[in-house]
Design a protein. Sequence first.
Length: 662
Amino acid sequence: MDEKKDLRNTKDVNVDAYEVVSDEEIEEVLMKYDRESAYRRIPGTYSLVISVIAIAFSLFHLYTAAFGVLPAQIQRAVHLGFGLVLTYLLYPATRKGVHKLAWYDVGLALLALFVMSYPVWNFHSLLIRAGAYTTLDIVIGAIGILLVLEATRRVVGIPILVVVSVALAYCYFGRYIPGFFGHRGASLQRLVSHMFYTTEGIFGIPLGVSSVFIFLFILFGAFLEKTGIGQFFIDISNSIAGHAAGGPAKVAVITSAFEGTVSGSSVANTVGSGSFTIPMMKRLGYRPEFAGAVEAAASTGGQIMPPIMGAAAFLMAEFIGVPYIQIVKSAVIPAILYFAGVFIVVHLEAKKTGLKGLDRDKLPRFWTIMRERGQLFLPLVIIVYLLVTGSTPMKAALWGLVVAVLASFLSSATRMKRGDILSALEMGARNALGVVVACAAAGMIVGTVTLTGLGLKLATGLIELARGQLLPTLIFTMLTSLVLGMGAPTTANYVITSTIAAPALMKLGVPVIAAHMFAFYFGIVADLTPPVALAAMAGAGIAKANPLRTGVESTKLAIAAFLVPYFFVYSPTLLLIGDVSWMYTLRIVAGALLGMVGLGAAAEAWLLTHTTPIERVLLLVGGLSLIHPSLTTDIIGLVFIGTVYFIQKTRVSRESPESVGS
């Protein structure tokens, strides 16, 4: 494992302070809970062919980022062509095919290459005869749709395949559907041409964002990983919080917040940093379920952590039509509240159970780490600077990647060799496959909405079901996102809810960014919510804990993610929408952070000592009041939480230390 190698090559780290799980255990967890990592594993010539194709995939995107993007349909077709070829070569039809290559997979890969090349080589002729497609056009388009559906099954899973298939069937059989959802239907020719030859289906906005922005940021993350930044984040976090009460759990929270800047996968984040932090938490005395839940909750929050959020954030910028930096700006306060909430609960759990931190002598020293590897922060600084100064995300990612390579040469501990660069190019392409396929599938859902008018119907129906009330509409949207999240990745989940539920929220007066951010948030926390809860299951797999209990614990830890979206819908100033002064921003952030203390204390039944039922209610109400950004609710919240604090302070002073810590 690269991280383990980097750890042992670092002068200022005592390896005995760490306990890591084996590569085999990590691979087993990824295979079980992250379909995007369930690659076919065949060494030799086959592996070399895969590497060459994957590296070519990455080089294509670097070339277009540096010298200009191709026309939309060509850029997206080449992007999807590479993605489908690698998908069929890397992902077996069944789990049993992981260690062997089936002849039909090679055939499907070659077929995908031909089908995706067709709109590229015939680009001008297809434009000329738009609306008058030939039989060959329709046959190739139909095959392309089927190839995307099968790739979706292999990489993303059955649930999203079912959703897309139902959407396509709805387009075709609309004339036979009575009542509210009925429509005139689409012929097979119109359905195929709309989904395959326009930019409103497979080659629509989701795949467009993937081919221009998302792939480059995934590739950027792969290069950063090759510099050892994952271990760098862990060491920095340990130097900051490893010695504190419940240190390893706090390290997990800080590390995952850092890693969220370079990775948009909840499961990958959980497994990556969790291979170090979860065993440390268990060794310190945390329950296995709690240890797995801490890592899962913190890692899932990585998708909402600026400046580089999950893939769906780039889609949001494109759907709304605002610069990506505006999405980053709006996500700052909710992200702070999310991680503060997890951190506070971890701290209170440590205090309640009397858990101590790690020995300072066994931990890395902050300034030594920064002196040896501090240059690894430079790419992130460059990306933030470029985004703030108005550069496109594509240019920001490209320059961030270049700086990552150059910065690695500033120290022998981080220097990238030629093999590391080639490996990063390959890893970036592999890591992007899940997003590529999910975006292509999600494009057909968007295509269904534009072809049938379903979006307007569902938005109207949702409002009627909620009787025109905002709160029930928000609850229905939340439940839809959580249910979809059981089987769909965040990207596809967001595309569905943003085309169906977000318009309903906007009809009720919710600002466009708040409506889309609401759908975005609940699409992400679906990874923590039982019964599926993939990130929590991955954490449980590493912790060897009960998966369901781990899911319940992770839901409790991520309480902010379930509450904050409601607050920013009712009070959009939390998203820094409009002209908001710095003084006002500081006040609402300070109040909301104190509110998270109240909510965390209510969840843990502990502030300075065990809480009574009445104290718990006061903490809950006070916490909710402080998160709401108004002066009146802030005063109410301060009174409630302050009252509980002074009551407990008096009680603690009367009790012996032994009884307080029990």
